[in-house]
Write a protein that binds this ligand. Structure first.
Ligand SMILES: *Cc1c(COP(=O)(O)O)cnc(C)c1O
Length: 364
């Protein structure tokens, strides 16, 4: 049996007819940018998250950098972020000239809330929380710290559509929740896409103006903006997937539950949720000190794996100028050397799950 780490085609075939008929509908409509599909998706997605306003954008990275831009966070400002994240989180900060200040993660892969306060300085303007792998981070202390020090709170929800902390959906705790609809994400499109969820009406308007060259009215440009629009075709297809998010998330929860119940190997540690948090299992990430042998072993059994992520942002060549050396974030670096994402996708069969479980259990 050959099992890839992810199978995006399965997710398409689950609702093939609905996707195809929506695609044809949009193609035949004669209207492709900023129309009724985007507006309706924005309403539906805001309602889904329990947030107030949603604005569709071209990608998750755009959601992040435009968020910091519109919150006036740039040159000379510091933003606190966890060390173990996808590099896009950090680029969203540095694209505006602000400096990322890294905090180590806790045992649930989220920011270690007990290590934030010591990093707050006069220059700190915001905290960026990343709900990594689909697991909601512990939010109550973060929200308190933001109040205490008057900081902005931005959430990177690119992997956490639908995940909750104490019953509240990620993306609705702070000023801006940033989402990606890259095809492999839990709410994935068929190309690039992103969105923000915000509480403040004026901020929502600012995003709408900014994404369209800074214009509210065509050819009357108020600010220097960007071209960052979610297109009609993606929005229409995302609406189809969004209708099924509950069952898609439940399906992933079941796969995760069967992994957590079935995998017993003292060389492999399983993911652990923070108290009060749920996960939508964007990835199921195990840890193994002997990771290279495990990858080889699984490869021989035709099981695909991916490392999310082998090089933490502070050690990436792109961020050499920050001057951080190996050993600067030991927990982050330890995770980068031991984490492994095993197969996890909608449409994964029971046989495939059992095959993966048996393989992990027989690894010595
Ligand atoms: C995917 C991802 C992004 C970026 O989203 P794009 O739509 O690819 O730009 C940002 N942060 C995290 C944590 C991600 O996983």
């Amino acid at each position: 049996m050959k099992i890839m780490q992810n199978r995006m085609d399965r997710g398409f075939y689950q609702y093939q007819k609905e996707f195809e008929s929506k695609a044809l509908e949009v193609l035949r409509s004669g209207w492709y940018i900023l129309g009724k599909e985007v507006t309706t998706f924005e309403e539906e997605f805001a309602a889904y998250t329990g947030g107030k306003y949603c604005v569709g954008l071209a990608s998750g990275l755009d959601a992040l950098w435009i968020a910091f831009r519109l919150l006036n966070i740039g040159n000379g400002d510091e933003v606190i972020v966890q060390g173990n994240t996808y590099i896009a989180s950090v680029m969203g900060i540095t694209m505006n000239g602000a400096t990322p200040v890294f905090v180590e993660p806790d045992e649930s892969f989220g920011i270690d809330v007990d290590k934030i306060e010591e990093k707050i300085t006069d220059k700190t303007k915001a905290i960026l929380v990343v709900h990594l792998y689909g697991m909601a981070s512990r939010m109550d202390q973060v929200v308190e710290l933001c109040k205490k020090y008057d900081l902005r709170l931005v959430e990177d929800c690119a992997q956490s559509h639908g995940a909750c902390f104490k019953g509240q959906m990620t993306g609705t705790f702070g000023d801006v929740g940033c989402f990606s609809f890259y095809p492999s994400k839990n709410l994935g499109g068929f190309g690039d896409g992103g969105a923000v969820v915000v509480k403040d009406e004026q901020l929502a308007k600012d995003f709408k103006v900014f994404r369209n060259y800074g214009s509210e009215k065509r050819y009357y440009n108020k600010v220097v903006g960007a071209n960052s629009r979610l297109d009609e075709l993606q929005a229409g297809l995302l609406r189809v997937r969004l209708r099924h998010m509950r069952e898609l998330t439940e399906e992933k929860e079941k796969i995760a539950a069967s992994y957590s119940a079935g995998i017993h190997n003292n060389k492999i540690s399983l993911p652990k949720l923070a108290d009060g948090a749920t996960s939508v299992w964007h990835q199921y990430v195990v840890r193994c000190e002997d990771r290279e042998s495990l990858i080889d072993y699984l490869n021989k059994k035709d099981i695909g794996t991916i490392i999310h992520y082998p090089i933490p942002p502070h050690l990436a060549q792109a961020y050499e100028s920050l001057g951080h050396k190996e050993g600067f974030l030991p927990v982050t670096e330890y995770l980068a050397n031991t984490v492994l994402s095993i197969p996890m996708y909608n449409g994964m069969t029971r046989e495939e799950q059992d095959y993966v479980i048996d393989a992990l259990n027989s690894f010595k």
